[in-house]
Each structure stands twice: as structure tokens, then as C-alpha cells.
Design a protein around this ligand. Structure first.
Ligand code: GCO
Ligand code: MG
Length: 409
């Protein structure tokens, strides 16, 4: 059969999402997530202005060939915009193939390797008391793993800390509505952070015991030697992982961190290709691959990346913040269930408005997710509900040091 229609949907039920809809000549519909936080319209244009006409009339079953056609065909390769667009096409085609087979996608990826997908929640608080409340709330819901982020003395609002107060369903959304054409700004000081964080981990271990899996995101803010020192300082608190300790584009920076510490390392949410991982994987400089299916070329590319990682004993930790739509999240869950080298899955539940627009089949039970058994990805976009939420320009903040120098956010 052939692809007959290619439509791009932009909706904003609380935050912006870009979703690709592919319809085959016999009426099967597949969905793909193309959301790139703060640059949504660039991917939407890439899809509708450049890829749509290349897709119409193609055989929807030739997923690998379509991937190569879109990746190698245009000469220009990689980058988050291109790879998010290719990812959306790839997800939609897998959705169609699994619907045609009458199976949930994970069956086509080899079937379930586990009963449920262990997820980690985002716990944060402006101070330790608030953070402790948030962790307690997640433990009550059955979570066995939490990512912890907290305010740093001397700094205001910073990455990862909810401004709306602690809780287990707080709306932490770093992309802020753009009022005057420019993003909001935050302030940062790495010395304050490095002095403050180890004490926080010590208190968490004291209050919550040895079993809790503790994760933390450095959000690319440390230099290689700062990250090496930090990873070494926090060894006694047995983190599950330290994420994005140094800027993502410098793969060799992690050699220095590795030389000094056994704290497990995760990186990759800003990566978009297996080539971003070549040094990291072959030299075993990381323990977890953090790519999003949405930003790394879709299911086809992620499966290859994770198989490559498996050879080196490296596991998955797929990116799953709220800027990954429920479609992108479903793609992650099907992979998580099927692959052998699953590590953990990030889970920031979407708000109710988003879940009215995207009807999902995944289920949460005491810290574990399952993608459900609906044929395909198991998520359908309600286009009528989506049309009620108009795109609103929103950007991630820009970060500056206390003296005004622009720093990694
Ligand atoms: C994470 C990420 C996110 C990103 C966000 C940017 O670990 O979940 O760091 O919080 O900042 O996805 O769009
Ligand atoms: Mg992160």
C-alpha cells in the first residue's frame, strides 16, 4: 500500500506539541512525535515544507528504506530539527505497521523482556524540607527511584526545581511563555552548587535509607575537572546516576570524570545520533544512554543505538520529560519493554489537559509503567480536542553566571 496523507498538528494543551499524522491509502493512521522544546515550528516546517511531498506515494511498510531515504537523501545530516522530523516519520510508520499486524509495537520489537518498566520521578524542592516532602510523596505512590534537584543558597529559580512548590503532581515546566520576544533568564554559580549538593545527598540517604535509587541532573553546567571532583565527592551516597555533568558536545570530557570516580554517568538528552555516542560507548565512558526517541531519529535509530550500547554493557535511560509528547513516551515504553539492556525510564506525567488531547493506553502501577496492549503505539491524538489549544511561543531559559556571563542552561 502507499502513504496518502501527511499532516502536521501543532497544539498547546498547557505546553506545545508537534505531532505528525500519516494516513495510508487504506485508511490506517500512524502518529509520530516531532516536539523540540522551544523550536517547535522549525520541525513542523521541516515536515510539512520539505518531507511531506517525499513521503506521499511511498510504501508505508518500508521503514528502514524510508529512514535511509530521509537521512542520507537530502545530503545535510543530523541536528535536532532534522532528527526530530525523521523520528516522527519513523514512529508513525512503526505505529502503522503494528496496527496492521494487530499487535502492540513491543511485539514487533521482539516481545516483552520484562513485566514492567521501572521509572524515576522528578522530586524537587527549593530547600531540603520541601525536597524531603516530595520524595516522601513519591515513595507513597510506590516509586523506587527519584531524581532529586534542589535550590542552591545564593541563587534564585534554577533548573529542575519547581517554582510552584513541592508535591507529586507539580507542573514543572522550564519552557516559559515568551513575552517580549526573548527567553527568561536565570542565574548560576557552580561553586555554590558544588558546596551544597553533597550535603543534600547525605541527608537523603540518612532519611530514606539505602534502597532508594537516587538520580541527579547536572544539566551540563560543570567543567570536566569540576564534574570529576563532584562525582568523586558524592560516591559515598551511591547515586544511581549523575546525568549530564559536562557539556554534551565534548565526549572526551568524560574521560577525566571516569578517571576519578565510580559514580555511574548518564548523558545524551541533547544528542541526536549514534555518532554522538561513538567515543562514549566504545571507551565505556558512560553507563546510561539518555537519548529521547523523539530527538534521535525514532525507533529504528534508537534500537540500533541501544543494541550498540548493549555490546559494551551500557544500559538505557530514555529521556521522558513533559516536552516529549505522549506519542514519544509510548515509543520509549515499547522499546523499554522489548530491549534486554533496559536501565530505567524517566517519567514526568503529563497534565490532564495534555491527556485529554492525547489518549494513551499506558498504565502506572507502584513505580512501574506498561505501554498497554492496544495495536500500534497505543496513543491517539484527538484532533478536535487539539484544535482548542493554540500554539503559544515558549522558550527554555537562558542561564548566566552571577557576573552576567552566559553559561550552559
Ligand atoms: C531531563 C531534562 C529536561 C530538559 C528538558 C528540555 O532530564 O528531563 O534535563 O528537564 O531540561 O527536556 O526541554
Ligand atoms: Mg536531563
Amino acid at each position: 500500500m502507499t502513504i496518502e496523507l501527511v499532516d502536521v498538528n501543532i497544539t498547546s494543551p498547557g505546553r506545545n506539541f508537534v505531532t505528525l499524522k500519516i494516513t495510508t491509502a487504506d485508511g490506517v493512521v500512524g502518529w509520530g512525535d516531532a516536539t523540540l522544546n522551544g523550536r517547535e515550528l522549525a520541525v513542523a516546517s521541516y515536515l510539512s515544507d520539505h518531507l511531506a511531498s517525499m513521503l506521499i506515494g511511498r510504501d508505508e511498510d518500508r521503514i528502514e528504506d524510508t529512514w535511509q531515504y530521509l537521512y542520507r537523501g537530502p545530503y545535510w545530516r543530523r541536528g535536532p530539527v532534522t532528527m526530530a522530523a525523521i523520528a516522527a516519520v519513523d514512529m508513525a510508520l512503526w505505529d502503522i505497521k503494528a496496527k496492521k499486524a494487530g499487535m502492540p509495537l513491543y511485539q514487533l520489537l521482539g516481545g516483552a523482556s520484562r513485566e514492567g518498566i521501572r521509572v524515576y520521578a522528578h522530586a524537587s524542592g527549593t530547600d531540603y524540607a520541601a525536597l524531603k516532602d516530595a520524595i516522601t510523596g513519591y515513595e507513597e505512590l510506590g516509586y523506587t527511584a527519584v531524581r532529586v534537584q534542589t535550590g542552591v543558597p545564593g541563587l534564585g529559580q534554577i533548573y529542575g526545581v519547581s517554582a510552584t512548590g513541592p508535591g507529586v503532581r507539580y507542573d514543572y515546566e522550564p519552557a516559559k511563555r515568551v513575552e517580549n520576544g526573548r527567553p527568561s533568564e536565570e542565574r548560576w554559580d557552580t561553586r555554590n552548587y558544588l558546596a551544597h549538593m553533597p550535603g543534600i545527598f547525605a541527608r537523603i540517604r540518612e532519611d530514606f535509607g539505602a534502597d532508594l535509587r537516587i538520580l541527579h541532573d547536572g544539566h551540563h553546567r560543570m567543567s570536566p575537572i569540576e564534574a570529576a571532583r563532584f562525582a568523586k565527592d558524592i560516591e559515598p551516597y551511591d547515586l544511581f546516576w549523575l546525568e549530564d555533568c559536562t557539556p554534551g558536545e565534548d565526549q572526551s570530557a568524560l574521560r577525566l570524570v571516569r578517571q576519578h570516580s565510580t559514580t555511574p554517568l548518564a548523558i545524551g538528552e541533547v544528542f541526536n545520533s549514534v555518532f554522538d555516542y561513538q567515543t562514549l560507548i566504545t571507551e565505556r565512558l558512560i553507563d546510561y544512554v539518555r537519548s529521547a526517541v523523539t530527538h534521535t531519529g525514532g525507533i529504528t535509530a534508537m534500537k540500533k543505538l541501544l543494541d550498540f550500547a548493549a555490546i559494551y554493557g551500557i544500559k538505557s535511560g530514555i529521556h521522558g520529560p513533559t516536552d516529549i509528547s505522549p506519542v514519544g513516551m509510548a515509543a520509549a515504553l515499547h522499546l523499554d519493554l522489548a530491549i534486554h539492556n533496559f536501565g530505567i525510564q524517566e517519567y514526568m506525567p503529563h497534565n490532564d489537559r495534555t491527556l485529554e488531547v492525547f489518549q494513551t493506553s499506558f498504565t502506572f502501577d507502584r513505580g512501574f509503567l506498561h505501554p498497554g496492549d492496544r495495536p500500534g503505539l497505543g496513543v491517539e491524538l484527538d484532533e478536535d480536542a487539539a484544535s482548542g489549544h493554540e500554539y503559544t511561543k515558549a522558550y527554555l531559559p537562558v542561564n548566566r553566571l552571577l557576573d552576567g556571563t552566559v553559561h550552559d542552561w
